[in-house]
Design a protein around this ligand. Structure first.
Ligand code: PLP
Length: 295
């Protein structure tokens, strides 16, 4: 069951006018919120990021956070899967095609849910292949925009190379993945680029940083050069659907050194374990408590 502009219906019945600016211009923003056993994960944080995206593209938020929370919970309740990925999208609405914003138009609100299939433990122990690709996206990668053509092309570059994710480099520095944030470990220190207009401020990225701090793991948030990326002891990606997923090869070369090269290392394994434990805590905790658990 999906939600479209105030109504619930089976997805097959959902229709939007061809002049929706989401269709014509990619003029809209979105969120993907994981829900485990009926508990939306970090819901308030996702709604804060939604507000930032909406403000950045100057679409007024159609709902209060409480109303959004209600709708996300209802989407989960109306769909059958134990774990779900709730997708919500707000576009500027329907108007005659003109780049300038239309006046007095209601945003289109669409919500759906999919079964959430997170990587199995075997894959987390094995790691995945990634390739490096020049980051040729626009300069507002902090906005979770539905205009994802560049991300689609970058992700397909990974798929074409038989890999799972592309690791993006802009002007010789690591930015993020095509649909994930990237962490590395070097000499026992976890390193990740800072939030800026070059990366999406990932909700999972925040959780990993909080967990590293709460557990006394050395952490540096700073720019990462291409040379450092290639010399990393460990690499992993984070996202709401992939969680914490080690990268075992980059451009066909094993990540890491010596006899451990190409196999996920201890910090990725520890972070995975902390993340899975945190998730279990969240599943037991009422929504309001979730926000403070890792802080
Ligand atoms: N960066 C990009 C470009 C993404 O598309 C995503 C998620 O889809 C992320 C990072 C990770 O964000 P989150 O942890 O909130 O899923």
């Amino acid at each position: 069951m999906i939600y479209l502009n105030g109504e619930w219906m089976p997805i097959e019945q959902a229709k939007i006018p061809v002049l929706d600016r989401g269709f014509i211009f990619g003029d809209g923003v979105y969120e993907v919120i994981p829900s485990y056993s009926g508990h939306p994960f970090r819901l308030r944080e996702h709604l804060v990021r939604l507000q930032s995206s909406l403000s950045a593209v100057r679409i007024s938020n159609p709902f209060s956070p409480d109303r959004w929370e209600q709708l996300v919970r209802e989407t989960v309740a109306r769909n059958p899967w134990e774990d779900q990925g709730v997708y919500l999208q707000v576009t500027r609405g329907v108007a005659p095609r003109d780049h300038a914003f239309p006046k007095g138009v209601q945003p289109t609100v669409f919500m759906m849910s999919n079964p959430l299939v997170t990587p199995p433990q075997s894959l987390r122990e094995q790691g995945v292949a990634a390739v490096s690709v020049p980051d040729n996206r626009w300069l507002r990668c902090d906005i979770k925009s539905v205009s994802l053509l560049a991300n689609c092309l970058l992700r397909q570059a990974a798929v074409d190379a038989g890999a799972v994710e592309s690791v993006l480099l802009r002007d010789g520095f690591l930015t993020e993945g095509s649909a994930s944030n990237i962490f590395l470990a070097k000499n026992g220190v976890i390193i990740t680029p800072p939030k800026s207009n070059f990366i999406l401020p990932g909700i999972t990225y925040d959780v990993v940083i909080e967990l590293a701090r709460a557990n006394g793991l050395p952490l540096e948030i700073r720019q990462v050069s291409e040379a450092e990326l290639r010399a990393a002891d460990e690499l992993w990606l984070t996202s709401s659907t992939k969680e914490v997923l080690p990268i075992s090869t980059l451009d066909g070369k094993p990540v890491g050194h010596g006899d451990k090269a190409g196999r996920p290392g201890p910090l990725a394994a520890r972070m995975n374990q902390l993340y899975q434990e945190y998730k279990r805590t969240v599943m037991r905790a009422p929504a309001k408590v979730q926000e403070s658990v890792a802080k």
